[in-house]
Design a protein around this ligand. Structure first.
Ligand code: RP5
Length: 162
């Protein structure tokens, strides 16, 4: 995690989400994006969520990622407190994350949450999408994303079957 001002905040509802959300942390680090990761819960620490998110724009934050499981309202609550883009990542749960997915993705019209896939893929892609959003004004990040995709293509093309 960078010690400079964060461009991205990664929130998760519980420390139990970290095993998955460390993939977002690692992906942002790979692209050299300053970010901070925090555990804050929409229902267990509502005031602290409100304070952190309300102050984010003033701190220079550009994108927020919010991960939660079960009745996963964290991303929606985060989005209610900011006009910055909010990316939601549903965590797996006793219902395999379907409850988290629906809770995160089914925002009524007016307050959007860009929802990614359940679990590790969503954590990684939320970070990649955050990099793409930052890349709108950062050609260096766009170049880094192109290089990342070229690397993925090389990996696929190099795969052989037994
Ligand atoms: C949600 O409840 C968290 O985001 C987590 O995915 C889930 C379970 O939390 P713990 O009971 O493990 O703290 O709020």
């Amino acid at each position: 995690m960078s010690e400079t001002s964060p461009l991205v905040i990664v929130l998760m509802g519980s420390k139990s989400d970290w095993e998955i959300m460390k993939n977002a942390d690692e992906t942002l680090s790979r692209f050299g994006v300053p970010h901070e990761c925090r555990v804050l819960s929409a229902h267990r620490t509502p005031s602290e969520v409100s304070e952190l998110v309300s102050a984010a724009e003033g701190r220079g934050v550009k994108v927020l990622i919010a991960a939660a499981g079960a009745a996963a309202h964290l991303a929606g609550v985060v989005a209610a407190h900011t006009v910055l883009p909010v990316l939601g990542v549903p965590m797996a749960s006793v219902l395999n994350g379907l409850d988290s997915l629906l809770s995160t993705v089914q925002m009524p019209a007016g307050i959007p949450v860009g929802t990614l896939a359940i679990g590790k893929a969503g954590a990684t892609n939320a970070a990649l999408l955050a990099v793409a959003i930052l890349g709108v004004e950062r050609p260096d990040l766009r170049d880094a994303l192109r290089a990342f995709r070229a690397e993925q293509a090389e990996t696929i093309l190099g795969q052989t079957l037994p």
